[in-house]
Structures are given as C-alpha cells and as structure tokens.
Design a protein around this ligand. Structure first.
Ligand SMILES: C[S@@+](CC[C@H](N)C(=O)[O-])C[C@H]1O[C@@H](n2cnc3c(N)ncnc32)[C@H](O)[C@@H]1O
Length: 252
C-alpha cells in the first residue's frame, strides 16, 4: 500500500484497492508517506554520523524508494542492514529485491516476539548484537492494536541492545485529526491490515512519548515527522499537517 501511495511499481491489486479506500478517507496519506520516507532517510544519515554501522528495520515493508541500506551504505559502504517483516509476501519480494545487494538480508519474523526476532540466525549472521545497532520502528508500532504489547515490545528491544544503540520510532497520533484516525483504524481492521482485537490502532502523543522513556532523545526531541532535523529547504509542508510524530533515542 505504501509503495502504491509513494508512486512506486511494487504493489498488488489488493494493495491498490485497500489503499484507494484509505485515500478516500485521508487524501493526505501519500504526503505523509513521503514525509515518513524523508524522515527515515535523515534519521539513518544521523545514525551513520553517530557511528552506527548496523541496522534492523522492523516492519520494513518493501525496501524500495530510498530504503535503509541505500541511505546507510551511501554514507558508510560497510553498513549492514536486516529488514524484518511478518508478511511473507513482503519478505519474499524484499529478498528478491535484495538479491544482488551486499550486507543485507530480509527475514520473516514477528515484532510481537522480539527475542525470537533478534535471535533469528540470518539476523545474527549480519548483526553483532554486542555492538551498537540502529533499530528502526517506522510506522509499525501503530499496527499493533494492544497498547501493552506495543509498549513491552519497545521495552524489550531497548533492553536487548547495547548502550550506544539507537531506536528510531514514528507513529501516527490520534490527537490531530481524531475522526480520520478513528475511521482509518476501523478500515485497517476490516481489511485485516491490523489483526487482533478491535481496538484503536492509533495512540495519543502522550502515549507515544512513553516509548522513548529510558532513552536519550536526539535534538529536537519528539516532533511532528517533517520537523525532525529537516534538511536545508525542508520542510516543504506544514509539520502540523502530518499527524505522526517521530523521534530518535540513544540507549545510555
Ligand atoms: C505501515 S507499514 C510501514 C512500512 C515501513 N516501515 C515504512 O515506513 O515505509 C507496516 C509494515 O509492518 C509490517 N508488520 C505489521 N505487523 C508486524 C509484526 N507484528 N511484525 C513485523 N512486521 C509487521 C507490515 O507487514 C507492513 O509491511
């Protein structure tokens, strides 16, 4: 769905149909998807600047359109990236896209089981968990419907990585356009994009901010996605129009 919204070529008819229904509710979604990609690009460059050379991108979607490995390896050719998704179609497609790419892998694992995810043999082949790692959770925590599970997954990942590691997180928030986020939430559950009990899959700013507890926030803290360390000439949109927030935290 994201690839379709970003104008890419890697999507299926079912993705397009579901995305069109979401777009009817929220025409701003492609703009938000672009801003999310730009944020990810800036955050990865920031992490490379901080010395991070290994990344785990969880809930990665298709690694197209400035994916983590392209951005990281442009700055640090030795950077290693493991993409993780629980959608077998996404993982198969990602593996095909990465066939000729060095120091990358795509694995099938579930964010809900962070210990198993981090112990996956193809992950530990590439990623040395004894060294700092950049954990990317962009646009994925919101698809876990249970608040306690989303929170405990972040806690578990933070505890599992060594000091100097960074967590990169974004999530849609319900405070800005509550009626739209509520309708989208219902649509995503109907489409089974979000599986699980029928609860809101979006959270308030205050709830998302708690995910960063125990981490040292990089400047400028937790802000609307386009406002996180914009490149020169950015942001090109009003950050308040993007109802998702972002932050990067370092494990002390
Ligand atoms: C909204 S997309 C975000 C994709 C990407 N991170 C980005 O920002 O472009 C959410 C992705 O998370 C994946 N996902 C959903 N639940 C997951 C889980 N429990 N474990 C791992 N991946 C999951 C979906 O298959 C989908 O590819």
């Amino acid at each position: 769905m994201l690839d379709y919204m970003l104008g890419g070529k890697d999507h299926f008819a079912a993705d397009r149909a579901a995305a069109d229904r979401a777009l009817a509710l929220a025409p701003e979604l492609p703009m938000m998807a672009r801003e999310s990609r730009k944020f990810l690009n800036r955050a990865v460059r920031f992490l490379v600047g901080a010395g991070i050379r290994q990344f785990v991108d969880i809930g990665c979607g298709l690694p197209t359109q400035s994916p983590v490995h392209e951005v990281a390896q442009a700055a640090a050719p030795d950077a290693r990236v493991v993409y993780v998704d629980n959608d077998p179609l996404v993982v198969n497609h990602a593996q095909a896209l990465l066939t000729h790419t060095a120091r990358t892998a795509a694995i099938h694992a579930d964010l809900r089981e962070p210990d198993e995810l981090l112990a996956h043999p193809r992950l530990t082949d590439l990623i040395d968990l004894g060294r700092p790692v950049g954990v990317v959770l962009v646009g994925v925590l919101g698809v876990i419907p249970e608040d306690d599970v989303a929170r405990s997954v972040v806690d578990r990942l933070r505890r599992a990585v060594v000091p100097g590691s960074h967590l990169v997180m974004t999530q849609a928030i319900s405070d800005v356009r509550p009626e739209v986020t509520e309708q989208l939430s219902a649509l995503y559950q109907d489409e089974q994009i979000v599986r699980g009990s029928r609860r809101r899959n979006v959270r308030t700013r205050a709830e998302v901010e708690t995910y960063f507890e125990g981490l040292e926030l990089a400047e400028p803290g937790i802000v609307h996605v386009p406002a996180w360390r914009p490149d020169p000439g950015e942001p090109s949109v009003d950050p308040r129009d993007v109802w998702a927030i972002a932050g990067v935290g370092r494990k002390p």
